[in-house]
Design a protein around this ligand. Structure first.
Ligand SMILES: *Cc1c(COP(=O)(O)O)cnc(C)c1O
Length: 553
């Protein structure tokens, strides 16, 4: 780090005084040539200095400790008088803040679902800010709301491939809704489950529905004591948070076992449905969730079989394709998501494999009437029959990120995105081969999409695990967990490359975990040479810290 970030209200180098005339100037577009060239300079600074900084510094982050940073960010006063000019603010962000942030664009940063984005996203985001449309209502967005509806229809069509006249009928129809934009996958999943809950506890004689009357009266009216959501153990943690908010209770998210490929064990799912649908269980199943690209392993459930079961029992079938959805744009790999078109609702994140900046999730509904279950109106906004997109949305005021996706789809085309998807999946397979061929490592989940997990597991440990003695396997795994946790941490602290880590339930004991390293391959600049370097660094860390270690036998 060059110097500590100075986000403190230390004495300004220049002193300013707040006054009306200067304040007004900040609301007017640069009017003189001098102002304009200053503005251009700022944009240049951001695009080139910041972007160049990121591409020059393939390292992940500075060595500055969190403790040092916490000290630098400890002044909680708002400066009384204006303290900095924009030029200085930008300079400090570039010089002091950015080096201590995380370079998620680095091709060596292969641990999370946040990565490099195409440069054209930057001007598109600037446009969204410059227009500052609020798509909660037509009166603050007009054409931008219609563009958003068109974009939703395009994504809906990518998933559901309904006939052209379906989209001609619904794309701009104020009575129906194909889906909605949210700030991310969590809110998209929440929207889907909110709709599913309201449909499961709809009006019956004398009862106006759960949205109006609440959970207690809903259970009484529907003659149940409980409602549940069924999803595999690989479900995203948002699926536990949401039932908390919806009042269902997160203990009622029932974790279904997975098979050897990390996919929902369909027989287990069927058994759970049998259990909860017997009248004596007095339980309503709100939704069954299929995963299309699990966060931890990138695996895809057998969506057709889950759809069959849901159809047979008339249960809402939601597919969480927050990660995997864009795979549908690949000619080669779209088939991996086969069955997604049978889902009642589907979540896709824009800020993951559509390579958009943060803040874009989407939820789509097969039936364009279903979102009516969450419609809200007000006198001054969201009037009945209007185009106002805020009628069926958790958010009120909302930025027009749909404009970024709409433009990106035109710039990239389906084929362009398809190439990115293919690169990730094929690189993950190559990386898996590399891991399999290396004596020090063990592949713990083969990549189905572009995510894989593995761990350091030296030959002596592999041999020690090859036993009928479950206690011994657990003891060996505990030691491996320690080794892998430390290797991941040391590599992160070295700051050159980054993989993440997660833990899976131990096959021999439900209370035990198996720690694994997790790699997410979405950056098109990452190649197999870079991944080899990442592994080499892990080997070096192992040799430096653990080479003498032997398994507990
Ligand atoms: C990322 C992710 C989510 C949550 O999305 P956010 O945008 O982080 O809110 C949900 N489900 C899956 C499968 C995900 O990968």
């Amino acid at each position: 780090m060059k110097r500590a970030p100075r986000y403190t209200a230390a004495l300004p180098e220049q002193s300013f005084t707040a006054d009306w005339t200067s304040l007004m100037r900040t609301f007017i577009k640069p009017d003189s040539d001098t102002c304009r060239s200053a503005m251009m300079k700022y944009m240049e600074q951001i695009i080139f200095e910041l972007h160049d900084f990121l591409s020059r510094n393939v390292g992940i982050t500075s060595q500055t400790s969190l403790k040092e940073l916490a000290t630098a960010f400890s002044d909680t006063r708002i400066p009384d008088q204006p303290e900095q000019k924009l030029s200085r603010v930008i300079k400090e962000i570039i010089d002091d803040l950015a080096p201590n942030a995380v370079n998620v664009a680095s091709p060596y940063f292969v641990g999370h679902m946040t990565s490099a984005i195409p440069f054209f996203m930057l001007p598109l985001k600037v446009i969204v800010t410059a227009l500052n449309q609020n798509v909660v209502k037509l009166e603050t967005s007009k054409a931008v709301s219609l563009l958003e509806r068109q974009t939703l229809a395009r994504i809906h069509r990518l998933i559901y491939e309904k006939p052209a006249d379906f989209y001609a009928t619904h794309a701009q129809n104020t009575a129906t809704t194909l889906g909605g934009f949210t700030d991310g996958g969590t809110a998209a999943n929440m929207t889907a489950l909110w709709v599913a809950r309201n449909r499961a506890f709809g009006p019956v004689n004398g009862f106006d529905g759960i949205e109006a009357e609440g959970l207690i009266r809903a259970y009484a009216a529907h003659d149940v004591d409980r409602s549940v959501i069924l999803v595999s153990r690989r479900g995203h943690y948002s699926l536990r948070k949401i039932p908390g908010i919806l009042g269902i209770g997160n203990k009622n998210v029932i974790p279904i076992a997975v098979d050897a490929h990390n996919r929902t064990d369909v027989a287990e799912m069927e058994r759970a449905i049998e259990t909860y649908t017997t009248p004596s269980a007095r339980t309503k199943i709100i939704a069954v969730i299929g995963i299309a690209g699990s966060t931890e392993t990138g695996c895809v459930d057998d969506l057709h079989r889950l759809a069959d079961i849901c159809q047979a029992h008339d249960i809402h079938f939601h597919v969480d394709a927050a990660w995997g959805g864009p795979t549908l744009m690949s000619d080669t790999y779209a088939h991996l998501l086969s069955g997604v078109e049978r889902a009642d609702s589907v979540t896709i994140d824009g800020h993951k494999q559509f390579y958009m900046p943060m803040g874009c999730g989407m939820v789509m509904f097969r039936n364009p009437e279903h979102m009516n279950a969450i419609a809200y109106h007000a006198n001054y906004v969201n009037r009945r029959g209007s185009v106002d997109l805020g009628i069926k949305s958790i958010a009120g005021s909302r930025e027009a990120n749909s404009l970024i996706l709409a433009s990106a789809l035109n710039i990239m085309g389906r084929k362009g995105y398809g190439l990115l998807i293919d690169h990730g999946i094929e690189l993950a397979r190559e990386f898996a081969d590399l891991i399999r061929a290396h004596a020090l490592f063990e592949l713990t989940s083969a990549p189905e999409l572009n995510i894989l997990t593995y761990r350091v597991c030296p030959p002596a440990f592999k041999a020690a695990l090859d036993t009928d003695d479950a206690d011994q396997r657990i003891a060996v795994d505990r030691m491996l967990n320690e080794i892998n946790r430390n290797i991941q941490r040391i590599q992160r602290e070295n700051g050159k490359s980054f993989v993440s880590r997660t833990a899976f339930q131990h096959p021999d004991a439900p209370d035990e975990k198996r720690v694994v390293l997790r790699s997410v391959l979405m950056n098109p600049m990452t190649d197999i040479q870079i991944l080899k370097t990442v592994l080499d660094e892990q080997v070096a860390i192992f040799n430096a810290h653990f080479s003498g270690i032997t398994p507990p036998v």
